[in-house]
Design a protein. Structure first.
Lengths: 494, 326, 344
């Protein structure tokens, strides 16, 4: 690829990227969130078209309008969203959608093909008739890789393939990748996990802010220098926020929070403080917030808000205790896109605004305008939220949680996901103001900048456990990235 | 849908949305006008006062059932395919129970209708069961129970019961029309001003977001079904009073389909959260106009059903195309 | 309570619940009427199989669309129209009547399937409209009256008992089941149908022609429903204008019992057959007990509602998936780490 540029709205996601990958090479793409890795993958796989620049595969220029074009050119993507059909067997998934397949499925001829593919990824012992839904996540990942290989892949793109795998499964993925490379397939390995990158990749390209910072051979790199390359300059916010008089006991206390994905989480957050839960995808940061919000029915443990026990597993119980949740998926689990700003802002407090079953519209309007004024949406009170930009949508979502008097705890999952730079700083300001107004804030994020910008205290999670918990002042950028990117590969017992 | 990256820079105009809603009303108005003109030109007795009165009278009971259906659709539960059966058994129940007095029988029937549908709401809202299948199943159940209790015979009101006022004509229009108007006003007000009414829209639009926002989804869905059941029961009462008898063959199913068609044509768009009760009634009127025109031209019930079906498909297509353009 | 529901959501579906139900029904069928005093004979089995012949194909039609992740309400309408067409066009030439019914079914399925796949409209809403159109058409053709078929002999041939318990009618129906079961298990089309039902997005990515498969499924369902209507009309020597909801209740319950989930991707033709047979045995049993028809209505109605409730507990329904189709986020459960260990 030469000079690939992609602009997305106000964001210049990719600025003139040049990248060359040889046949049989395992090439890593590194960089923290927002650096442009995923956009590049989208361009390469045909989901998004570049604004400028060219791509060539095996010397032939290609231009993808559609994922199908990319597939036909030999590009396959395996990411965390498993694209296998759970109700079908392994062999059926491997054979699914292959062109020139006969009408009557003949088991004999395809048997060899299927077995061969499975062997290439180290799954020789797997019975091809097993239904995919019975496979572990790692096995599914491997089957997906096998399927990609089976389509004559020239370029295999793996996007965070090991984020939720156990060590044993990761080893198998590595073996499969190395086998594929030895057969001439080029592999693009996108990952946060620098330890893995250094282990199996030949070359590394580091991305930062849409630019490719460097491409170097792995052998010449040391872990530390890789992190330094990724970090670059991180703008910190030096404004000192007023420290509120501490209450007798923390506003929010969590002890021994357990869910199927979390193993004993303890937290304590005072009013006026902002705590960041840092961790990559799969670390459990988002799950903590969901459990506190009452969206995880099997959650157990002790949670206290203002010293009163909060019943887990019920969104209304959490709300009544003052815990307001902003999920990371505002479109399907947060906002009502067809309804107005006003409706969305008061959606969680209709109870308190009603008397004898009827809504007190004047009170409702005044609260709604108050909230709208705080978040800066008063000019858009009547517009349906679905027409807003990401930033404004997020503001509407956030606005719902404010003005809860003295009881508030804000649980924010990826508060600026899908928001542009300008909106991001506004939302950060709103969060800081909310803390100053007396709320306790807990937010989960995978973005370095955001964590360092907002947090008073940083709690790092990995595999459902807390790895470290330190005040912001004691956290350096490099340490944070190191903790989050799992540089030392720990032995994780599944 | 694959490869779904929204590449358009989002505009922040609410005006686009309002325009498209407005267009639905104008579309319906234009269509109604077209039918009226066509009917007047080609069919005898269509555009006369008598003809129009006949149409409006026919809308009464259908409109009442359609209002109930609208509440179910608004809550996101697609449709309640029982309402016709509930109407039938309500008319049978009302006539049988009149021995304890007309008004008590009326109240009792409406409560029964509400309860029967509340159960459906529980299953659909609480257990996320498929609404079509649940309502079809419980519809069969209702007919079965009614059949058992009445031994499959016709139900007559007790002698001497004074219920004629229910089916009487006042100022040229039957009581059912006035009841419909009052019902529409009441339900529309309830949907706009009461807490549960507002919650119904939210649940209908996005039940997952509603649950995350602490809204009691099950209770809200049940509320929608309770209203639907009450409306169907009310319709049954009026029908029973009008006919003077009630049997299982009273043809309640026709009301189910026509009510659904009315909801769709009126724009509640089978999507939940959107739509107004008044629009449903316009839809019912539109369908009644067309049915009446067909009737005057000698077509039977089958043709009316056929045309209703075609209408439904056309409306679905129009809505989907508009949504794509947005 | 919600924890309990969540736990129920995770329990694996018991294998072959369809066969278990079938066994249960067989036992009940053999035992209950005898206990109530009537005699058990091959005629009872014949009766049960005749019921299977009447409704089985509708169950198969509806079931196939459910496996593909859709829901064809119009099968009921096509059932009626098929009978009407067969009677009207088949006077003196029964095969012509059958062919016509099947053709009409195919066309109806083609139109509805195209609307559903090209315009991405919920199949329940579209087939509701389709149902009205088809039933309306049927009634219009028959002038809202039952139309009788002159050649009673055809019906006699169809229903003459073969080997004491079968008949031409049931054999044709069984043959259809065998055919569809083979297609589903052994052909690319069958695999694609299951794939699309399981996950349309992933199927599309994999290269399956989702639109063609979806349309095809509706064509199959239309053909089967039309055939069912034609056969039934010949058996009764008349075309009924109002089948009522009973066939749909039967079909839905049979499919759900047979393991076809409302979410799609699951279930087999054999499962549907077992479900339909179970229900046929149940209804025949009621017949032998001389219970009035309302007992059957009540029981099957409750069964359907219960099956739907249970199915809803376990998986997302077509309906909910459609509601979520506007958003881009899918609700994925990545599964547990570990699973079946792989030997390194």
């Amino acid at each position: 690829m030469a000079g690939v540029t992609k602009s997305y709205g106000a964001l210049h996601a990719l600025k003139g990227i040049d990248l060359t990958v040889e046949a049989g090479e395992i090439h890593a793409l590194c960089g923290h969130n927002g650096a442009g890795k995923s956009t590049l993958v989208k361009v390469l796989s045909g989901i998004v078209r570049q604004d400028a620049g060219t791509m060539a595969i095996d010397g032939r220029t290609v231009d993808f309008h559609h994922p199908g074009d990319a597939q036909r050119a030999g590009v396959s993507v395996v990411d965390q969203e498993i694209s296998l059909i759970p109700a079908l067997s392994v062999r059926e998934n491997l054979l699914l959608g292959l062109p020139n397949a006969p009408f009557f499925v003949r088991h004999a001829t395809s048997e060899l093909f299927v077995k061969g593919l499975l062997a290439r990824v180290g799954l020789e012992g797997l019975n091809p008739l097993t239904l995919v839904e019975r496979l572990s996540l790692g096995e599914r990942q491997l089957v997906e890789i096998a399927r990609a290989l089976g389509r004559g892949g020239r370029l295999l793109i793996l996007d965070e393939p090991t984020a939720t795998l156990s060590d044993v499964e990761i080893d198998l993925v590595f073996k499969a990748v190395k086998t594929a490379a030895s057969e001439g397939t080029s592999v693009l390995y996108v990952s946060h996990r620098l330890g893995e990158v250094l282990e199996i990749c030949d070359k590394v390209s580091v991305f930062r802010d849409g630019n490719k910072v460097t491409t170097s051979e792995v052998g010449k790199l040391v872990k530390r220098s890789l992190i330094e390359l990724m970090v670059g300059e991180v703008k910190g916010d030096d404004t000192v926020r007023p420290v509120l008089a501490a209450e007798v006991s923390p506003r929010l206390q969590v002890r021994g929070l357990q869910t199927p994905r979390l193993h004993g989480i303890d937290l304590a957050v005072d009013r006026g403080r902002i705590v960041a839960l840092a961790g990559q995808i799969g670390s459990g940061a988002g799950d903590v917030l969901r459990a506190l919000a009452g969206l995880v029915p099997e959650a157990s443990g002790l949670v206290f808000a203002e010293d009163k026990r909060v019943r887990l597993g019920s969104p209304s119980a959490s709300l009544r205790a003052g815990l307001s949740y902003v999920s990371n998926d505002r479109k399907s689990e947060g906002l009502f896109l067809e309804q107005s700003t006003q409706t969305n802002l008061v959606a969680t407090r209709l109870d308190s605004l009603s008397r004898a079953g009827f809504v007190r519209s004047r009170a409702l309007r005044s609260i709604a305008s108050g909230l709208a004024r705080i978040v800066g949406l008063e000019s858009k009170m009547a517009s349906p939220v679905g027409t807003f930009s990401g930033g404004n949508q997020q503001k509407a979502f956030l606005g719902r949680c404010l003005m809860r008097g003295d009881k508030g705890v804000l649980l924010l999952d990826e508060p600026t996901r899908g928001v542009d730079v300008a909106g991001r700083s506004e939302i950060h300001r709103l969060i800081r103001d909310a803390a100053t107004a007396g709320n306790a804030v807990v937010f989960a994020s995978t973005e370095l900048d955001e964590i360092l910008d907002l947090a008073d205290e940083v709690v790092t999670l990995s595999a459902g456990r807390i790895v470290s918990a330190r005040p912001r002042a004691e956290v350096t950028t490099e340490e944070l990235l190191s903790d989050m990117t799992h540089v030392e590969r720990e032995v994780v017992n599944p | 849908m694959t490869g779904e990256m929204v590449l358009t820079v989002p505009t922040e105009s609410g005006r686009k949305n309002r325009r498209s809603i407005g267009r639905a009303e104008t579309l319906l108005a234009v269509a109604t006008l077209a039918v009226l003109v066509y009917g007047a030109l080609t069919t005898d007795g269509f555009l006369t006062l008598e003809g129009l009165k006949a149409t409006v009278s026919g809308v009464g009971i259908l409109g009442i059932v359609a209002v109930g259906m609208t509440c179910v659709t608004l809550s996101g539960s697609l449709f309640c395919l029982t309402l016709g059966s509930t109407l039938t058994i309500s008319s049978m129940a009302f006539l049988s129970w009149m021995s304890i007095g007309v008004l008590p029988a009326l109240v009792l029937t409406i409560v029964m209708g509400a309860l029967v549908c509340a159960v459906q709401g529980l299953l659909i809202g609480g257990l996320a069961a498929n609404p079509i299948v649940v309502t079809v199943g419980l519809g069969s159940l209702q007919i079965g129970v009614a059949s058992w209790l009445t031994n499959q015979s016709t139900v007559y009101p007790p002698a001497g019961a004074s219920y004629q006022w229910l089916s009487a004509v006042y100022a040229g229009l039957p009581l059912s029309v006035y009841v419909l108007v009052a019902l529409v006003l009441a339900v529309a007000a309830w949907l706009s001003w009461s807490r549960t009414g507002q919650l119904i829209r939210l649940v209908g639009e996005n039940s997952r977001a509603a649950r995350a926002a602490g809204i009691p989804v099950t209770g809200t869905v049940v509320a929608g079904f309770v209203i639907a059941g009450g409306c169907a029961a009310l319709g049954g009462v009026l029908l029973g009073a009008t006919d003077g008898n009630a049997t299982l063959l009273s043809g309640g199913d026709r009301y189910t389909y026509d009510a659904i068609a009315a909801v769709l044509v009126g724009g509640a768009a089978a999507g939940g959260g959107r739509g107004k009760v008044q629009h449903t009634v316009y839809g019912a009127l539109f369908i009644a106009l067309i049915s009446n025109m067909l009737l005057l031209r000698g077509f039977g019930g089958g043709a009316q059903m056929l045309v209703t079906g075609v209408l439904v498909l056309i409306v679905l297509l129009i809505f989907q195309m508009r949504r794509r353009v947005r | 309570m919600s924890a309990l529901i969540a736990k129920l959501k995770r329990t694996p579906l018991p294998r072959s619940s369809a066969s278990m139900t079938f066994l249960l029904m067989t036992v009940m069928f053999a035992v209950v009427p005898v206990a109530a005093g009537s005699t058990f004979s091959t005629f009872s089995v014949y009766t049960a199989l005749q019921i299977f012949g009447t409704y089985g194909l509708i169950a198969l039609a509806l079931g196939i669309t459910m496996i593909a992740g859709q829901f064809d309400l119009s099968t009921l309408g096509m059932y009626s129209l098929g009978g009407m067409v067969a009677v009207k066009l088949g006077q003196g030439a029964p095969m012509t009547g059958v062919a016509a019914a099947v053709l009409v079914g195919a066309v109806a399925g083609l139109i509805q399937g195209s609307i559903v796949s090209r315009f991405r409209i919920n199949s329940m809403a579209v087939t509701l409209g389709g149902f009205l159109v088809l039933l309306g058409l049927s009634r219009t053709l028959g002038d809202d009256r039952t139309v009788s078929y002159d050649d009673v002999g055809v019906g006699i041939i169809l229903d003459r008992p073969l080997a004491a318990v079968l008949s031409m009618h049931t054999l044709v129906v069984l043959g259809c089941f065998v055919l569809i079961a083979t297609v589903m298990a052994r052909t690319r089309l069958g695999r694609d149908i299951r794939a699309v039902g399981g996950d349309a997005r992933a199927s599309h990515i994999a290269g399956v022609h989702v639109e063609r498969v979806t349309t095809g499924v509706f064509v199959i369902s239309g053909v089967l429903a039309g055939l069912a209507g034609a056969l039934n009309a010949f058996t009764l020597s008349s075309a009924l204008v109002n089948p009522g909801f009973a066939p749909l209740v039967f079909a839905g319950t049979a499919a759900l019992i047979g393991g076809v989930g409302l979410a799609g991707g699951r279930g087999t033709a054999w499962g549907i057959a077992l479900g339909a047979l179970s229900l046929s045995l149940l209804q025949a049993m009621f017949g032998m007990l001389a219970s009035p028809s309302w007992v059957s209505s009540i029981i099957t109605g409750v069964l359907l509602a219960a099956a739907a409730a249970f199915s809803g507990l376990r998986r997302q329904t077509v309906w909910m998936a459609w509601k979520r189709s506007m958003s881009h986020m899918t609700n994925r459960n990545p599964g547990r780490l570990g699973g079946n260990g792989i030997s390194p």
